[in-house]
Design a protein around this ligand. Structure first.
Ligand code: SAM
Length: 355
């Protein structure tokens, strides 16, 4: 003990406690989202704790503590006169779920259920992870809110126009399959934007499909169906014009089987749009991402869990399907064309894959 530089210990302890602070602030963000506090304050200018409490119908004492905590975290402003404000910039990230591509508060779930943490602990001993379905309905709904804003708002403006000839086909009426569709935000957005298309979403998680079906029903869509099945179970010869896999190939126990199933189910002139996490396969290079540790967290709690949920699973995990690996996967499945699209999405790259 005496040999250790005590200043270095203090500095390192501070670093560790900042992660504990992150845990606490994460919970406060979740509560702000869940209780409608950010939304109530957005675009309302400076407000007293009493005004926030009465607008949200909540108890002022708890609201005041939350406001002070949020100001301490630098997530909302506190003015010298003691009033609190959610600025337009803060609202874009914390409040404006429907129209802001930067909305992030929905990604804060208030922690993971204790029984799921127990199962994650077990996975380190058994080598077998849990599926998305086993994470439960809250996780499924949370996933849709985390990935949803970008998928929804960038799909028709940025992502689809980047693909060769795809928008024209969608406009005139195409068949589309979204594999690993999760809560269906992307597929329902596409089905609404292109009413001539016939769309089907595959996912092995019933909890995720419940979210997707409710969304399609609420939007009044009649051109979307959902199938509770893995990507491996795609109907061969379906001749889909567009196959989509968003943030899910690295979650699959056997992504090679799904890639082959896509090849068998896609039209010869069809397009496979594969979105996966930006990574390089090289840890030192990936360290340029200031949020890298968060991605490893996602992996151990979700992606790697799913990718190791069957014996012999490939276990790619969140960062495992970098561009070279994606190209190799698609080539082995019988695709020869592979184009990389960097669409200003900080977390993902988009691959246009064709026969
Ligand atoms: C991270 S979520 C992404 C969901 C959705 N694509 C999105 O962008 O919000 C991954 C999804 O992949 C699904 N999944 C896991 N293994 C799969 C498989 N073998 N075939 C199809 N989907 C799978 C999970 O159930 C989960 O809904």
């Amino acid at each position: 003990m005496t040999d250790i530089d005590q200043d270095a210990v203090k500095m390192f302890a501070f670093k560790v406690w900042t992660y504990k602070m992150g845990e606490q602030v994460s919970l406060l963000v979740h509560l702000g989202d869940r209780l409608g506090l950010y939304k109530a304050m957005a675009a309302n200018g400076p407000m007293s704790s009493e005004q926030v409490a009465s607008t949200t119908n909540l108890h002022e004492r708890f609201v005041r503590e939350w406001l002070l905590g949020q100001a301490a975290a630098g997530l909302i402003d506190r003015h010298d006169d003691g009033l609190f404000e959610v600025t337009p910039v803060q609202a874009a990230v914390l409040a404006n779920e429907d129209d802001s591509i930067a909305f992030a508060a929905g990604a804060f779930r208030g922690g993971i259920e204790p029984d799921v943490v127990d199962r994650i602990e077990d996975s380190f001993r058994t080598g077998l992870g849990i599926t998305y379905e086993q994470q439960g309905p809250r996780a499924a709904a949370g996933m849709a809110r985390m990935t949803g804003p970008w998928s929804k708002l960038a799909l028709t403006s940025t992502i689809l126009p980047a693909l060769d000839g795809v928008v024209d086909k969608l406009e005139s009426g195409a068949t589309v399959v979204d594999i690993g569709c999760g809560g269906g935000v992307m597929l329902t957005t596409l089905a609404q934007a292109f009413p001539n298309c016939r769309c089907v979403g595959y996912d092995p998680s019933a909890a995720a499909l419940d979210v997707a079906k409710a969304r399609a029903a609420q939007m009044g869509l009649t051109n979307v169906d959902f199938v509770e099945a893995s990507g491996e179970d795609l109907e061969p010869g379906s001749a889909y014009d567009l196959a989509i896999t968003f943030d899910c190939m690295h979650d699959m126990a056997f992504p090679d089987r799904t890639a082959s199933a896509i090849r068998a189910a896609i039209a010869d002139d069809g397009t496979w749009l594969l979105k996966d996490i930006r990574s390089t396969g090289d840890f030192a290079a990936d360290m340029r991402n200031p949020l890298l540790a968060m991605f490893y967290g996602f992996s151990i709690t979700s992606c790697l869990q799913s990718a190791m949920s069957e014996p012999g699973g490939a276990g790619l995990g969140t960062l495992g399907l970098h561009a070279d690996a994606a190209q190799e996967l698609t080539r082995k499945a019988g695709f020869s064309r592979f184009a990389i699209h960097d669409l200003d999405d900080a977390a993902n790259l988009y691959y246009e894959v064709r026969v």
